[in-house]
Write a protein that binds this ligand. Structure first.
Ligand SMILES: NC(=O)C1=CN([C@@H]2O[C@H](COP(=O)(O)OP(=O)(O)OC[C@H]3O[C@@H](n4cnc5c(N)ncnc54)[C@H](OP(=O)(O)O)[C@@H]3O)[C@@H](O)[C@H]2O)C=CC1
Ligand SMILES: CC(C)CCC[C@@H](C)[C@H]1CC[C@H]2C3=C(CC[C@]12C)[C@@]1(C)CCC(=O)[C@@H](C)[C@@H]1CC3
Length: 341
């Protein structure tokens, strides 16, 4: 049976490395790269086809941060495929990141040093903005757009007779203290990235609870610290080049410095090979790399509770209704404007 796998944010970094690994694993796969930039998506497909000439690689235009784009992409998926076996929710942004250098050096000489290097706790903030849909951009991209995509694809994902999987690329930067259920979109804070990733952890648990009986299983992973466009956006390039030998050195002491996209994709790949019933919906599956470069996956319990996950789920359903209502009003207005008087 040819399995259909959709990967969001597949044109670079961890998403692209995952595609490469999946094609090596299953040559019969039908792989769909869901990307907002079609030029980069085509380049990614070319790269994949160089090493897997016979592979079936499709492209799908998806800007996960735009409600209209998500709805159109979901329609396209439903038209193209009769099933979706895996939906990897990997696209993510961390706009305008700022490192608190003072806090970093303070942390360096504290007992919190290992935690600081694996979670960036206390040293990393971002500046968010409102997007065209009136949503906070980080929330819309990292969480809500993916939620809407799942909702739209439910007919395929929850089809009787087979199981489907959604896998969130979360982060060990996801922290309860950065998340406020009264401020879901993190309008008032400086850690929208951490908040959105914590929300994805909560949402994954709620999805498992509500949808397992319909054959849909949701899991969460952390790729570790990986050198990608996202991380290169945190410090100037020359600085990364300067500290890179130190990064490789640190890897001897912490297994969370996976560093290469392929290593970071370890847990995503590992989940592809597991039976969904054997997975723990409360665990985050971490990609880890030993000092000698060996990859492995380790589940760690998440700091989440059922009540909050339920509240988040119902708030997202509410927001979905509101967003759909606004969109149909906007479409009706546009239509009225184009009708000749
Ligand atoms: N690198 C790291 O250390 C860690 C990364 N992660 C997570 O891993 C995931 C992948 O990131 P990574 O590979 O590191 O970084 P990259 O920047 O290389 O990849 C991010 C991908 O997401 C895509 N993307 C961003 N915004 C949108 C959008 N609105 N619609 C569709 N696609 C979009 C990007 O496309 P485009 O090329 O168009 O920008 C790109 O393909 C993210 O969710 C990130 O939060 C988690 C923990 C650590
Ligand atoms: C001398 C400099 C001020 C050194 C700064 C080092 C930091 C830039 C890194 C230390 C820990 C890193 C880290 C991440 C980004 C870069 C650091 C803050 C992440 C937040 C990247 C994205 C994620 O999702 C996390 C899992 C990473 C955690 C560690």
């Amino acid at each position: 049976m040819q399995r259909v796998v959709v990967v969001t944010g597949a044109n670079s970094g961890i998403g692209l490395a995952l595609c490469e690994r999946l094609l090596t694993e299953d040559t019969q796969l039908r792989l769909c790269l869901a990307c907002r930039n079609m030029q980069r998506a085509e380049a990614a497909r070319d790269t994949l086809l160089t090493s897997h000439a016979d592979a079936r690689v499709d492209l799908l235009h998806l800007d996960v941060g735009s409600v209209e784009s998500v709805l159109a992409a979901a329609q396209e998926v439903k038209a193209r495929y009769s099933r979706v076996d895996f939906l990897y929710l990997n696209a993510g942004i961390m706009p305008n990141p700022q490192v608190d250098v003072k806090a970093f050096f303070k942390g360096l000489f504290s007992t919190n040093v290992v935690n600081m290097f694996s979670t960036a706790e206390g040293i990393l903030t971002q500046q968010d903005r409102v997007n065209a849909d009136g949503l906070q951009e980080v929330f819309a991209t990292n969480l809500f757009g993916h939620f809407l995509l799942i909702r739209e694809l439910e007919p395929l994902l929850c089809e009787a007779g087979h199981t489907s999987r959604v896998v969130w690329t979360s982060s060990s930067n996801a922290r309860r203290s950065a998340f406020n259920i009264e401020d879901l979109q993190h309008r008032n804070g400086t850690e929208p990235y951490s908040s959105s990733k914590y929300a994805s952890d909560l949402l994954s648990l709620a999805l498992s609870k509500h949808k397992n009986s319909q054959g849909l299983f949701s899991s969460v992973i952390c790729p570790g610290l990986v050198m990608t466009n996202l991380t290169y956006g945190i410090l100037p390039s020359f600085f990364w080049t300067l500290i890179m030998p130190i990064m490789w050195l640190i890897r001897i002491f912490t297994n969370t410095f996976t560093l290469t996209p392929s290593n970071g994709a370890e847990a995503l790949h590992w989940l592809f090979l597991q039976k969904p019933e054997s997975l723990d919906p409360r665990a985050k599956y971490h990609s880890l790399t030993s000092g000698l470069g060996a990859n492995y996956t380790q589940p760690r319990q998440m700091d989440i509770d059922d009540d909050m996950s339920e509240v988040l789920y119902s708030k997202l359903l509410e927001l979905e209704k509101e967003v759909r209502r606004k969109l149909s009003e906007r479409n009706a207005d546009d239509k009225a404007e184009t009708v000749p008087q």
